[in-house]
Design a protein around this ligand. Structure first.
Ligand SMILES: C[S@@+](CC[C@H](N)C(=O)[O-])C[C@H]1O[C@@H](n2cnc3c(N)ncnc32)[C@H](O)[C@@H]1O
Length: 232
């Protein structure tokens, strides 16, 4: 099965497989939602970029009970799963679909911008563009929550890779899939560099990212735009 084919088998089986692929997958959602509840309990507008099948949405909808949500998701198959979830949880009146490209969104800014597990499916250049587009959308006083695969430097890198493989085995992943997942590094999955992320966020006028979670190579960062901070 090709990895990261969101409109094919990978997308069709995404929900069944993703918690094995990403350590602390649900814990990261829980903490990101808690961060929005703490910082933006009265949020009116939230943007979720790369919503996928929508697993992060129920927690975010509850954390920001007054917010209207704009979702961006380029894969038709993933959008379909997400729409079904939105209807199941009775949130249709709080959610609208935005354009695939954030530049087409108009001048709106958001109290919270959330993007889980999207940056690492993009090449470093595309990561930088999307990051800049997301940062521009954070309103003064607002927050950006990002989770992504983000490797540590050697020598910890090698140790982390070993632990990652041992974890896949322990969770019952078959050897061919482990090989395919490991081969996807730097060809289909691109580590987000922490230093570059920080430099890009500062350049966009946001505060330095605070790392809220690290689970092996998966991280959750929070970055804020100060009250009165200019948006682009
Ligand atoms: C690994 S999934 C993450 C889905 C969900 N957020 C989660 O954490 O389970 C990555 C999602 O990002 C979407 N995506 C890919 N490129 C994107 C882009 N440039 N902007 C927004 N979403 C994108 C894919 O279609 C896919 O649904």
């Amino acid at each position: 099965m090709p990895l990261l084919d969101f409109d094919g088998d990978y997308g069709r089986t995404y929900d069944a497989r993703i918690a094995t692929l990403i350590p602390a997958y649900e814990a990261i959602f829980e903490l990101a939602a808690a961060a929005t509840a703490a910082l933006q309990p009265l949020a009116q507008q939230a943007l979720v970029v790369g919503a996928g099948t929508g697993t992060e949405l129920p927690g975010l909808l509850a954390a920001m009970p007054q917010a209207l949500f704009t979702l961006v998701e380029p894969s038709a198959q993933m959008r379909g799963f997400c729409q079904a979830l939105i209807e199941r949880v009775g949130a249709s009146d709080r959610v609208t679909w935005g354009p695939d490209d954030l530049d087409a969104l108009g001048p709106t800014c958001f109290d919270a911008v959330i993007s889980h597990n999207v940056l690492h499916v993009l090449t470093p250049d595309a990561q930088e563009r999307l990051l800049q587009q997301m940062a521009e959308r954070v309103a003064p006083g607002g927050c950006l929550l990002l989770s992504s695969y983000s490797e540590t430097e050697p020598p910890e890198l090698e140790l982390g890779l070993q632990i990652g493989v041992a974890r896949f085995k322990a969770l019952g992943m078959d050897p061919a899939t482990i090989e395919a997942v490991m081969a996807a590094r730097n060809s289909k999955v691109f580590s987000v560099n922490h230093q570059r992320l920080e430099a890009q966020l500062l350049q966009a006028g946001l505060e330095p990212p605070i790392q809220l979670v690290q689970a092996l190579f998966n991280r959750l960062w929070l970055s804020r735009r100060c009250e009165g901070g200019a948006t682009a």
